[in-house]
Design a protein around this ligand. Structure first.
Ligand code: ADE
Length: 241
């Protein structure tokens, strides 16, 4: 997969692409990440990329001509162009999975007060990473790239994301590692028992319990099987006391 990030601040991505899982995914050829400096596409001698808002008001607005030239020079008919904006559809794991199937994902980052409205006609969709306003789209683009890259084949072991929170519609079960006892807290005995059937049931139940306690809204959308229905009844009783 190719990810192209169109930004005025390519240096912001240095740590992101040079560390850990993302770095390894790039080295293994799982993904190719290109950082494209929008400023290169400015044609005035001061390399302006923004201007004051028509009609007056505070701040600066990113110019349509510069962004359009940048998009045209770096995309083709296979590109899927996503604009980072707090006005977009709220990002989630389902969208991450959808974007991970693309051949070429282009993330357009804004800065300053916003984009010239006409830029919206050059993108395929608008995405927000939550109901808050960032100083620019760069952090949002890292959030999206990170969540997409880890879903690509060979980026991480498949089982690692098959059981992610949200990927099956429930929060992930609790995990432990050594030491077995720490500061009076013990790893649950069942996880040390070697009994795979019991471990599986424990994990399913704790996954349901977490979702019930922390994100009951997710349970409303989740289709419980017979075993899960029974476990959830037990949880509701246990949580009453
Ligand atoms: N740019 C500024 N705020 C943003 C947000 N919440 N999501 C995506 N892009 C943004």
């Amino acid at each position: 997969m190719k990810i192209k990030i169109l930004t005025l601040f390519p240096d912001m991505f240095t740590g992101f692409i040079d560390e850990s899982i993302i770095k390894r995914a790039i080295e293994k050829g799982v993904v190719e990440v290109s950082l494209i400096d929008i400023r290169q596409y400015s044609q005035d001698k001061h390399k302006h990329v923004d201007d004051t808002p028509c009609g007056g008001g505070a701040g600066m607005v990113m110019a349509v001509d510069v962004v359009d030239r940048c998009i045209k020079a770096n995309t083709n008919e296979h590109s899927h162009i996503v604009m980072m904006t707090p006005q977009g559809e709220t990002y989630n794991q389902k969208k991450a999975l959808e974007l991970s199937k693309l051949d070429e994902l282009v993330l357009l980052c804004g800065h300053y007060e916003g984009f010239d409205e006409r830029i919206r006609s050059y993108v395929d969709e608008e995405v927000s990473i939550g109901d808050f306003v960032l100083t620019g789209g760069e952090i949002a683009a890292m959030v999206i790239s990170d969540s997409v890259i880890r879903l690509l084949d060979h980026a991480i072991r498949k089982e690692s994301h098959m059981e992610d929170s949200f990927s099956i519609g429930l929060l992930e079960y609790p995990q432990y590692t050594r030491p077995i006892e720490y500061d009076g807290m013990r790893v649950p005995d069942v996880l040390l028992s070697g009994n795979h059937k019991n471990i599986e049931t424990f994990r399913k139940k704790e996954s349901l319990r977490r979702t019930y306690k922390k994100r009951p809204d997710l349970l409303n959308k989740y289709k419980l099987n017979k075993e899960e229905e029974k476990l959830l009844k037990e949880i509701i009783e246990e949580e009453k006391v």
